[in-house]
Design a protein around this ligand. Structure first.
Ligand code: ADP
Ligand code: MG
Length: 234
């Protein structure tokens, strides 16, 4: 589903540049539940943004669903994003003046789905995340965990192949964190590829594969013993 080879990314800082991703190799198969774990500043969001076609890499190859990602303009990137990817962010990114239902229905509006059908599908997804009764409520009437459930329903509504979540539990207490991770696990059990980034061990431990990133380099990968061996050997 996601295949990355020797990927590098630098950001320009004045006349210099900051080398953030230093040769990432990563292969995520369809149906995996993977976390990228690493401390703040290790390059997790940079990697997720590249995987999510929100940013571009400098060197190396990235294949999404066997398609080489190269020279994409914003329009082509948006088409691929809408077709393959759903996003969940730490800060939920819900539209404050729209109801839970309208927030979930929004990607369907952009996909050209008619109003009646949009509302029907959005309600199904709200039901799936346990919030059918909250459809008409505004985000500020919901708890943090409920907001993240709405955001997850919104990410799923276009039936993406992969859900990308950047610190999805970063703003939640530990009980709510567990329930959001349980929901992601349920979604994965139904066959969805789920890719979570986190700096919390407890969150990573709830996924099926943990990739550890440090200073832009993968230090270990529970699905690939050769990575750890390579770094132990120096
Ligand atoms: P993480 O998500 O693991 O905390 P990030 O990928 O957000 O790490 O950031 C990695 C490094 O890149 C940090 O030093 C950060 O300051 C820097 N960085 C991130 N985004 C940008 C940007 N758009 N421009 C310049 N530097 C950036
Ligand atoms: Mg980050």
């Amino acid at each position: 589903m996601i295949r990355i080879k020797n990927l590098h990314k630098s950001y320009p800082i004045g006349k210099d540049s900051l080398h953030v991703l230093k040769g990432i190799d990563l292969h995520i198969k369809e149906g995996e539940f993977v976390s990228i774990m690493g401390s703040s500043g290790s390059g997790k969001s940079t990697l997720l943004n590249i995987v999510g076609l929100l940013d571009v890499h400098d060197e190396g190859d990235y294949y999404l669903n066997d398609q080489l990602i190269k020279d994409l303009n914003e329009k082509k990137a948006a088409i691929l994003r809408n077709k393959f990817l759903g996003f969940v962010f730490q800060s939920f990114n819900l539209i404050s003046y729209k109801s839970a239902l309208e927030n979930v229905a929004l990607p369907l509006y952009y996909a050209g789905v008619g109003r009646k059908e949009r509302q029907k599908i959005a309600l199904e997804y709200l039901d799936k995340v346990g919030l059918k009764d909250w459809a008409s409520h505004l985000p500020n009437e919901l708890s943090g965990g409920q907001k993240q459930r709405v955001a997850i329903a919104r990410a799923l509504v276009t039936k993406p192949k992969v859900v990308l979540a950047d610190e999805p539990t970063g703003a939640l207490d530990s009980t709510t964190t567990d329930s959001v991770m349980d929901l992601l696990k349920d979604i994965n059990d139904e066959g969805m590829t789920v890719f979570v980034i986190t700096h919390e061990e407890e969150v990573a431990a709830q996924t099926k594969r943990i990739v550890r990133l440090k200073d832009g380099v993968i230090m270990s990968d529970t699905a690939d013993a050769s990575v750890a061996v390579k770094y132990q050997a120096g």
